[in-house]
Ligand binder design. Structure first.
Ligand SMILES: *Cc1c(COP(=O)(O)O)cnc(C)c1O
Length: 494
């Protein structure tokens, strides 16, 4: 298996793609073709555990890794690091819907599925590419990636990790998770701006020649733990394959029977992983792309026009407060049958004018498989209350947006096909908003009291990684302007 860039053709090994994160021209790495599982292979995987399923998927893409290396990576990532033996359980929530719970990891959000594995994949890749340099992982986060990457990379040898988050764009709990992070190789810094500012800053630094030289002079190289890195994407493909296997096994689906996937979307990484799973043979009919008020993707799916020139809204689902969805570039590459020139042109338009429009034939293909919709905070809150009342099921503010989107889709289309809904975070991570949805009671402004209160009301346990934050010292207090990111990085590295 070789990987090409989205903006110009190349053919590199997976280790190179994972170690470098981004192609030299700013494009993203994508597989040159998609391996396909047969019905027999899916049937065999249904009887495997999560690590074995992960290895089966990884082996198809990381053909330059040995079977032993892959086994070492997946077992390091998933054995004993989640709150049960099943990192991504599928839960029946009635009305022909299933929740794919992706928040049982050490930071209580779906990013853990990829970021527990990425440090293993990356350090193994660095050995293969053999430069002997230290990897400097730059992360821009809308809240959950930052902590998950810190948890994965803290004190991992031959790596440093630097995380930038928008000062006013993350929940208090997300912020506390990041600013209390221990580890000799970590740095965390707030940006006076929003997520797009942080992400653009990181992308610019990645391709900046002076910064690249500065790193080389210090025997270092940049890599990325954002979902622009293929090493983030492939672990996410695993849980869709795994969910299909689980649903085959428990009789929810017959072999080859189609289902719909509903994903609360920000940077388009999670939903793109579902698209990859379909390419590998998982029978997905529709991808329902759920957005909050930052509904740039809803408009794109409906009209073919991507236009980020619109107000940026800070919402109760902060990990979806994004106007530039990086991974969409990979979908464009796919929809254009690998037309790098076209993709590069669209990305240049996005950079220059904040807007582009895809050709009619691509829009037609997009709409065959995708449905986009959005809801605001009030509708999300209503959904949290309703699903708790009806099913005694607790869901977070991001997942609520997906539940609402799934309902809107059914109402508009009449398609009652089974929905697999990606549940992307623990409700406890967003306890103030979830509590406000569930009760009218006035509450003291203390985050840990709110965790307790949510636990009392719902009869569920506070996840240990959040409860344990209480009393941890805040170690990272810096806040800078986005223009100062490069100098901040230099200061931390030497
Ligand atoms: C990151 C995140 C999302 C958005 O996922 P993308 O892959 O960026 O589309 C949704 N919900 C939660 C809780 C997240 O952390």
């Amino acid at each position: 298996m070789k990987f090409t860039g989205t903006r110009s053709d190349c053919a590199v090994d997976s280790a190179f793609a994972i170690a470098s994160g981004l192609a030299a021209d700013g494009g993203l790495f994508v597989p040159q073709s998609f391996p396909v599982f047969t019905a027999e292979e899916f049937a065999a995987m249904a009887d495997m555990d999560y690590c074995q399923r992960a290895a089966a998927v990884l082996e198809k893409y990381l053909t330059d890794y040995t079977a032993d290396e892959i086994k070492y990576c997946v077992e390091g990532a998933y054995k004993g690091t989640f709150d049960n033996d099943y990192p991504a359980p599928v839960v029946d929530i009635a009305d022909n819907r299933r929740m794919l719970e992706l928040w049982h990891g050490p930071t209580c959000a779906f990013k853990d599925l990829a970021l527990q594995l990425l440090p293993y994949l990356l350090t193994t890749a660095l050995k293969k590419t053999g430069t002997g340099r230290e990897a400097v992982i730059l992360v821009a986060t809308s809240g959950d990636t930052g902590k998950a990457a810190l948890a994965g990379f803290a004190d991992v040898k031959e790596t440093r990790i630097i995380v930038f988050y928008p000062r006013d764009g993350v929940s208090d709990m997300q912020k506390l998770q990041m600013t209390t992070q221990k580890g000799g190789n970590v740095a965390v810094c707030a940006i006076a701006g929003n997520f797009d500012d942080a992400q653009n800053g990181v992308k610019a630094i990645f391709t900046d020649d002076e910064m690249k030289k500065f790193l080389l002079d210090n025997n270092m190289e940049f890599s990325s733990a954002n979902s622009i890195n293929f090493g983030r994407l492939v672990p996410q493909v695993v849980y869709y394959v795994s969910a299909y296997c689980d649903m085959l096994k428990d009789g929810s689906l017959k072999a080859g029977e189609e289902f719909n996937v509903v994903v609360p979307t920000g940077n388009f990484g999670n939903i793109l992983a579902a698209v990859y799973a379909k390419k590998m043979g998982v029978p997905v009919k529709k991808f329902i792309c759920a957005s909050n008020r930052n509904n740039v993707l809803t408009d794109f799916i409906r009209t073919g026009v991507y236009d980020r020139n619109r107000p940026f809204h800070t919402t109760e689902s902060p990990s979806m407060d994004i106007l530039i969805s990086s991974n969409l570039e990979r979908l464009l590459h796919m929809l254009s049958d690998g037309n790098c020139e076209l993709v590069a042109g669209l990305m240049a338009e996005l950079k220059n004018s904040g807007r582009y429009e895809i050709p009619a034939n691509m829009l037609e293909k997009l709409q065959q498989e995708f449905y986009g919709t959005w809801c605001d905070d009030a509708a999300g809150a209503a959904e949290i209350a309703e699903i708790f009342k009806a099913q005694n099921y607790l869901c977070d503010t991001h997942t609520a947006v997906a539940v609402a989107a799934g309902k809107a889709y059914r109402k508009e289309t009449g398609d009652e096909t089974l929905q697999l809904i990606a549940s992307t975070a623990s409700a406890y991570k967003f306890a103030p908003a979830v509590l406000a949805a569930l009760t009218d009671e006035a509450l003291a402004d203390d985050d840990f009291e709110k965790l307790e209160k949510l636990s009392q009301i719902t009869g569920t346990a506070v996840p240990a990684p959040l409860a344990n934050l209480k009393g941890d010292a805040v170690l990272h207090k810096e806040c800078i302007n986005k223009e100062d990111m490069a100098s901040f990085i230099k200061g931390k590295l030497v």
